[in-house]
Ligand binder design. Sequence first.
Ligand code: IVH
Length: 672
Amino acid sequence: MNPEEARERIALLIKEINYHNRLYYVEAAPEIPDTAFDALLKELEKLEEQFPDFASDNSPTKRVGGDITKKFETVAHEYPMLSLANTYSEEEIQEWVQRITKAGLENLTFVCELKYDGVAIGLRYENGELVRAVTRGDGEKGEDITMNVRTIRTVPLTLTGDFPIKFEIRGEVFMPIEAFNKLNEEREMAGEDRFANPRNTAAGTLKLQDSSMVANRGLDTYLYGVNGQDLPFLSHFEAVKSASTWGFKTPPENQGYISCCDSIEGVMDFIHYWDEQRNFLPFEIDGIVIKVNSYEHQRKLGFTAKSPRWATAFKFKAKQVVTQLLSVDFQVGRTGAVTPVANLAPIQLGGTTVKRASLHNADQIEKLDLHLGDFVFVEKGGEIIPKIVGLDVSKRPIDAQKIQFLENCPECNSALVRKEGEAQHFCPNELQCAPQVVGKIQHFVSRKAMNIDGLGEETVVQLFEAGLIQNVADLYSLSHETLLKLDRMAEKSVENLLNGVQQSKSIPFERVLFALGIRYVGETVAKRLAQAFQTMDALMNASFDELLEVNEIGERIAQSVLEFFNQADNRNTVEVLRNHGLLFEMERKALHSNVLQGKSIVVSGVFEKVSREELKELIELNGGKNISSVSSKTDYLVAGEGMGPSKLKKATDLGVRLINENEFLTLIGYGK
Ligand code: IVH
């Protein structure tokens, strides 16, 4: 293909992909199967690689994200990002509507919208291209998080239709409840703490330094306002409708997310409807926003110092009910963490019957001073399980017993332990305690780990209860005959299961490492460790300090890895897995050269020609070793812009050779 043909094909592919992306993510009505979509994306990726001059920042291939080497820049808002006056009182909303109604504005209408509980964002478009995405910040200045926002599928990178040449559109980035729960499940699997709520998680996600992680977290948007000069509309409602035709995800009128009305009754109906229905929304809202529709009316009403007079917000009170605590169960998870769960007298809350509530840990029980039979206040947030937020001491039954945390594991009776500084109690009997053993095997076979087809969570329980598997290594000795004897195991299922086990032997090392279920070693950490040590043996023999040298591996993880491999049973399991032929080393990439053989290199700061990750890859491809902190054994410190002064001092004190990006590239023969 010649360059001219490539340019045309790239432009066409981008148009096609953006079109299907919008159908899939914004309208939830795809026209082509995922495989066809992936094929288009692959073709584009390949062409952009061949013809890098035609690869733009707003190409849909950039949605997958990557390493962000620079700090987020602070930028001034062209239009200040104001906040809204708000109230919990319906009377105050009525007074506000009445005040505006009496202001003598002709043909007054209001627009009612949901108040999305996320993070405000301002998106600038020029000539139909996304040029910048900025957080609210202090309202005057915000942070440029364009790289991260590009990965959000419902944010169009290039616009369609009749859009203004320059404008800013504002809206809310939020994490849908399903995405939030999925993320928390994954974190729990990796032994990491759960995130508290979707709002904070969305805010934290937008500030991640690795936009490929942002891309995987399922953030979403709704847009609620257009700013610009000489915009071709007279009202807010019109603007929102038009924005939808340019490719933005705007609130659908047919689902009642946005509504125009001209009376106080209309406004109150909207509030009452959503106060009831909000629990069925796939995302969290914390209220309703009411805006005066006409731009001319908005201009006449103007602003106070902090907020517009033409808009206000009604905030919902968190839904609370009172019910009685019947008993407390203690559940043991895969990691051995023991979680108390309250059993409650069943009660209706936000459209569902609540029977159980999470109590998190011993501190929580202590803080509430919880007694059996207490009348407790229960609230529902983004979590699947509602939480107990307080109790009514005056209603406590006489002689009520204080809830005591267990001293022994409810499953295996081992004495529970609680490490200093940790809130959770743990059952230390990792190798025999049933829920821990089963949980570990379930994690091992799960999709992101060994992905063993034909072996679901329930089958794992069945095999464990039948005494066929005690640990993950036993999966590889399962035989056709024994499996056939089990209930619900027909010839076909047995074949599937055994095939799945067989195929898992070609799963890459980094996933095998993740599958082992070492505490705090989630997907990303497993990848980092696998890359740094290359083989299971090197990792098993690594010292605490060597582990700490790996980028982003802290003491908690290093300690956990050491503890895991220190246990004879774990080492045994690993050896059996090795004998069954699982992959215990990284696939070797063909080296470009050996010029850095035996050299330990630290990379620090931001670079111009290559990203930090690329630089590290180049070190490895040329035989060198990446190290995260400077020591006397370091051969080179590749110094970029904004390198920490303490690193620089340490390197100078130890006489480590400092080289810049160009010198490094010359060293490996890529220079100039
Ligand atoms: S309009 C000048 N509309 O609420 C008015 N804001 O308390 C600008 N929010 O920072 C805001 N949903 O993050 C508007 N439909 C909606 C909204 C909304 C959520 C958030 C937004 C803003 C905050 C103001």
